[in-house]
Design a protein around this ligand. Sequence first.
Ligand SMILES: [Zn+2]
Length: 419
Amino acid sequence: MPKLPNNQADDGGASDSRGIPTPSIFLSPKTVSEASIIRQVHSKYGTAGPTSGINCIDGLVIPLSRSPEIKSGLQLDDNNELVQPYRPIHDRVFIYDPELHKLFSGSEREKQNILQIGLSDSRRRNLLQAIRHNKEQKRGNLMRVVYPQLDLGFIQMIIEEQVVQNADILTCPTVPLTSKENFELQISKFTEMAQEGLAVTENLIRKELKRETMVVLTVQPRVVRPETTSTLVETLVSLGCRHIGIKPLDDPYKDSTNARALHNLIEQIRKQADPKTRIYFMNVLEAGYTAFAFGADVVTMTTGYPYFVPPDEERKNGRESYGRWYNPKAMLWVERTEALEASRTHNYLIPCSCGASQEVRTFLSVDKAPDWNRYRKAHYCLVKNDEARMLQNAEVPLRHAIREMFARSENVMPIALIP
Ligand SMILES: [Zn+2]
């Protein structure tokens, strides 16, 4: 089992005795293609030294319903790795995210995939029918239809599937918190499921391998407000779970009120939870690094886009063919046309020193769609590795390092959020 990240220390990236530095960045491949990009990037560029490839990426968060295909893309059983000078991919913390929020807002296929793990064929069919029937009605109705199905048996199946997938940290499946109007109902179902999930994992841990457990609060940022924060903190802390994830369902940095509310939530959890607790800020963009200044230990990021950028937006106007490129100096995502335009006077040279960018050299040489997406994602993984290395090796206190990182970029909004 890989080592787990140490508690966050505001001293510029201390290493714990087990060798995992803090803070940590985890990547979250959502498709088999993204998984194979991670594998290729690491095999190709991981050989150059301890900080190359994705050697500084300490964990992977994988959607549970797609784990077999994503793991095949990662080629975890590649024995070749044992003789390589770099850190093997399987030497990371593996987390499988049940993603139950997709039962309420995902596509038909996503709902089916999730329910397939936890429900028998007939129960699944009935529930999907009921969901379809209730689609046009209020969310409250949908909850009344779905909640009773998410019972102890369902929870047990979802957790056992993670054991089958050999997770390092078992994640309790819980419902998302999506509205202030239904807060009481949602938090009570969340708590019930988390408690049942923890009982299931405790049982498994007692009779089987030593494993750690995690509870993830999947939440719409607008639900986190002064009047709900103390309940959220109390609920999460009283579960006594070693790993706590906060996963916003919308970009909290679009609105500084949301960002501050989530930072405050993380800070309160850090103050009240056992010091050994690890706090994960999940599925965020680069601005999420600011959470390290409030006590988060790990920030998890997708290799494509987070949930809150709907796939429809990418598909619109052929954007599916040309997804946005992450500009590491500006710390911003730009359209392909913008990237081309900005580099036009420099012979379209790509302003990045990562292995993938150096190999293709110019934006013009990645003009075909699948290649463009493969390139931009390979580049993204390498850049994330670099950002993780910079934060872990910072010679100044972490909050200063983060502030400096944003001050050097064009993404300056987060600076004002750091105390
Ligand atoms: Zn690059």
